[in-house]
Design a protein around this ligand. Sequence first.
Ligand SMILES: [Zn+2]
Ligand SMILES: [Zn+2]
Ligand SMILES: [Zn+2]
Length: 269
Amino acid sequence: MRVTLLGTGAADGWPNPWCTCGSCTDSRRRGELRRPTSALVDGTLLLDLAPAPPPDGISLAGVRAVLVTHDHADHCAPLSLLARQWVRRAEPFTVAGPSPVLATLRPWLGPDDPVDLVAAEPGATLELAGYRIRPLAAAHEVPTVLYDVTGPDGARLLYATDTGPLPAGTVEAVRGAAYDVVLLEETFGDVTGHGTGHLDLRTFPDQVARLRTAGAVTGGTDVVAVHLGHHNPPAAVLAGRLARSGARLVADGATVEVRPGQAALRPGA
Ligand SMILES: [Zn+2]
Ligand SMILES: [Zn+2]
Ligand SMILES: [Zn+2]
């Protein structure tokens, strides 16, 4: 499984273009831009419809299915589907998401556009474009699902944004999963009093620990922090803080290659 990070930033991106804080200034000085969070799996499966185009050189032409987590503007941008419609692609195409996502996208589809809208509710199992997909409950302000994705090669990914501390039922649902890669949100950095359905540098390590205890994260799991906002310390500092949880940062446009079973082969840690 090849997971290309199209964006690793929070809704406003990092740097926030309107902000002059130290963290945004550091990103700007180093020429580092984190777009709203989205990822492309094997060039085939798109995770979230971000409002920003992909990084340089990355095409979406091979995408057959899109999994949208929730109806917030940084994850459910209908203009992205309209751009596809404008090039009149004839292949079957499926968009899955909670019902508010489907309601937002439906008016943007053309009458002859071959797009299927599929409800993604916790507890269901979907088979799309050769992937087995289990939507899981999140803790966010609007109906939101996280996605447990198993690829045709057997590699397994957890896409977990946007959410606060994971619902107990979700941790139970992923018990023993031994994910090869986990993309877990960490929006707020050192701002812990945000009172939102997001994680920060206090609650992120707790969620990784819970997933580890449940056997969903193992010593072989590649844990990547996403949905990163400017309340985080500059990237060099943040990388060290995340490393304490066994997690890491990657740049927008980077590809994470995982071998199926790489996590199951290295239990513990
Ligand atoms: Zn978001
Ligand atoms: Zn800032
Ligand atoms: Zn959101």
